[in-house]
Design a protein around this ligand. Structure first.
Ligand code: GLY
Length: 349
């Protein structure tokens, strides 16, 4: 029996859209584009052309590449110049196909070209399906930092074809579970018993509610950054040798331990953080060679930080943003974390 697609609405008034999840849903592309009334399409894809169904309208195919190195303003310029050469107008549509770096970059190009063209995302990685392609955050990197130039630009539809996920290398697939694991602690509940489509749908459904309530990231949307404060620091400190989902996974274990150290949650809940991350076969230990003080310095640069150190932490009322967490507690928790292949670091006396 064919699995029916799951449909999750992101309710944003006139800019509402659906995220459709399931095997083969990429084939809904011509129907989605016809429903939008678009006349022509620019299909930007980091995957082979055959991975994208014909959009059902005259189209140009533009090859792209996944990866932070190509997530730049020059890529946005090149894409928008391709759009212009094809004669794309505001009655047309952009389609992106690839991982989160591609949906971010193409989303920004769509937001800027003619001051905004509709965009449909076909995310091909688990991370992009669960998080990056949903919610309208688009951005590119500068040499000075990641995601420094961007815009909120909601897609018109997101088609999360789970068939794409069968092509992922094992490490990339497991990394995607980092964003699913953190959903456990931000109100999605325990997703461990669900199949993959169910896990993606539940994660997207939780994100959809949060984005609908706080599209511009002024409050509730911070929850989506559970585990990310240390996660981002780990990505930087390891020169991006740690993948995003892996770093978020370790960041989630750390967030549990920090919430425990601050007396916000009990030992059972701290342990639950470890067990959930372990369940998804994600790493739970800090890399052996990353210095705790360096991590603290990097975490001070986090965009949620308001002077001191800020974290999204579990607590009696659920997860919330907590400011001014004492550096000494953060450092002690970092030093008590097991190290990859090393075991717990001695706590400084
Ligand atoms: N990836 C976090 C957010 O969309 O807010």
């Amino acid at each position: 029996m064919t699995e029916s697609p799951r449909r999750i609405a992101v309710a944003l008034g006139a800019r509402s859209y659906e995220v459709v999840i399931g095997p083969g849903v990429r084939n809904l592309l011509p129907e989605v584009i016809a429903g939008m009334g678009a006349r022509r399409a620019a299909v930007v894809s980091a995957r082979p052309a055959r991975w994208t169904p014909s959009p059902g309208v005259p189209a140009t195919f533009i090859a792209a590449r996944d990866g932070e190195a190509d997530k730049t303003l020059s890529t946005v310029e090149a894409l928008t110049r391709d759009f212009a050469r094809f004669g794309l107008t505001r009655s047309d549509v952009v389609v992106s196909c690839g991982g989160g770096t591609t949906t971010d970059t193409v989303g920004l190009a769509a937001a800027l070209y003619h001051r905004g063209l509709p965009v449909v995302h076909l995310p091909t990685t688990l991370l992009a399906q669960v998080d990056a392609s949903v919610g309208g955050k688009t951005a590119v990197n500068l040499p000075e930092g990641k995601n420094l130039v961007g815009a909120y630009w909601q897609p018109s539809a997101v088609l999360c074809d789970t068939d794409y996920l069968r092509t992922l290398p094992e490490r990339e697939r497991i990394s995607g579970y980092g964003e699913i694991a953190r959903c456990h602690f931000i109100g999605a509940g325990d997703l461990r018993h669900l199949d993959l489509t169910g896990q993606i749908a539940a994660s997207v459904a939780r994100k959809a509610v949060i984005v609908a309530a706080d599209e511009r990231d002024t409050g509730l949307r911070h929850l989506l950054n559970y585990g990310h404060t240390l996660g981002h620091a780990l990505e930087h400190a390891t020169g991006f040798a740690m993948r995003h989902g892996e770093a978020v996974a370790v960041g989630t274990v750390f967030a549990g331990r920090l919430a425990g150290a601050l007396g916000r949650i009990g030992a059972d809940r701290v342990q639950e953080h470890l067990e959930v991350v372990q369940h998804y076969q994600l790493p739970t230990e800090l890399p052996a060679d990353v210095d705790s003080d360096r991590l603290v310095s990097l975490m001070r640069l986090d965009k949620k930080a308001a002077g001191g150190l800020s974290f999204v932490l579990d607590g009696p009322q659920g997860a919330e943003l907590v400011h001014d967490v004492p550096v000494s507690v953060v450092t002690d928790v970092l030093r008590s974390m097991p190290r990859d292949g090393v075991g717990p670091m001695p706590v400084a006396g």
